[in-house]
Design a protein around this ligand. Structure first.
Ligand SMILES: C[S@@+](CC[C@H](N)C(=O)[O-])C[C@H]1O[C@@H](n2cnc3c(N)ncnc32)[C@H](O)[C@@H]1O
Length: 232
């Protein structure tokens, strides 16, 4: 059993993270997953080696860049595919929304500079519209779009259905028992409330928080709000 967060692929992480940091600083940026979580995403993808992955919530592309690089490093050819969905056109040259979050370029431009243009498809759509009718397609889904409980509550069963058997669903901003994960005392309640409601209604699912990572995440801790979701 290889070590999940290290071992023989640590050197590849060093190379990929150096390349990524030349286009996207390894620092906290407004609304993107924190640097430690980007690193965890890279390792999970590198270990799980999905051929087809889905991300809900592109924003400035912090997670997208790391998922795409890990996919490309895992499977150089034929290129794996990452579909990333946001209801905002994150690459729109007229609004240049990335500048509002102090990001240097659009996600699409940064991916091109990393040689990952052929890995990622951008979709401008509401998550529920995109997920409707998807069935058994994806090897990996990352949910980081809406954080409203009533939306996440609808997304989760659809995302599970969109996975092929044995696929993985990862969520961001899961705060177990609605307790703060960091010392700032903040709680994002939507993802936990959505899962709690699904469980109360008899859906056989469980969240497996990744908990503590082997590297710093936020506010001087190694704690992450990433959680895998599994059918029981
Ligand atoms: C927290 S940000 C995602 C951060 C991103 N993963 C990163 O690391 O840069 C959430 C994104 O989800 C998008 N979003 C929110 N609700 C959505 C929905 N219902 N459907 C699609 N996108 C949505 C927002 O526009 C926003 O860009």
């Amino acid at each position: 059993m290889p070590e999940l967060f290290g071992g023989d692929i640590a050197g590849q992480w060093e190379a990929d993270s150096k390349a990524i940091s030349e286009v996207f600083e390894y620092a906290d940026k407004g609304g993107a997953v924190c640097p430690g979580d980007r690193r965890a995403l890279w390792y999970l993808i590198r270990r799980l080696e999905p051929r087809l992955a889905l991300e809900i919530g592109t924003h400035i592309g912090g997670s997208t860049l790391h998922i795409a690089m890990a996919m490309k490093t895992s499977r150089p050819a034929p290129p794996p595919r990452l579909v990333t969905v946001d209801f905002i056109d994150v690459n729109d040259a007229a609004t240049r929304q990335w500048e509002r979050y102090d990001s240097p370029a659009s996600p699409k431009d940064m991916l091109a500079r990393l040689g990952c243009a052929d890995v990622v498809d951008f979709v401008v759509a509401r998550s529920l519209d995109y997920l409707a009718g998807r069935d058994g397609e994806f090897d990996f889904v990352f949910l980081d779009g809406s954080h409203q409980a009533h939306i996440v509550y609808q997304e989760i069963p659809m995302a599970l259905k969109a996975l092929r058997p044995g696929g993985f669903l990862l969520m961001h901003d899961y705060f177990p028992n609605l307790k703060p994960v960091w010392d700032d005392g903040k709680v994002i309640s939507g993802p936990y409330r959505a899962i709690e409601r699904l469980q109360r209604e008899g859906n056989g699912i469980a969240a497996l928080p990744l908990g503590i990572l082997p590297w710093p995440t936020k506010l001087g801790s190694n704690t992450t709000s990433l959680a895998l979701l599994t059918r029981l």
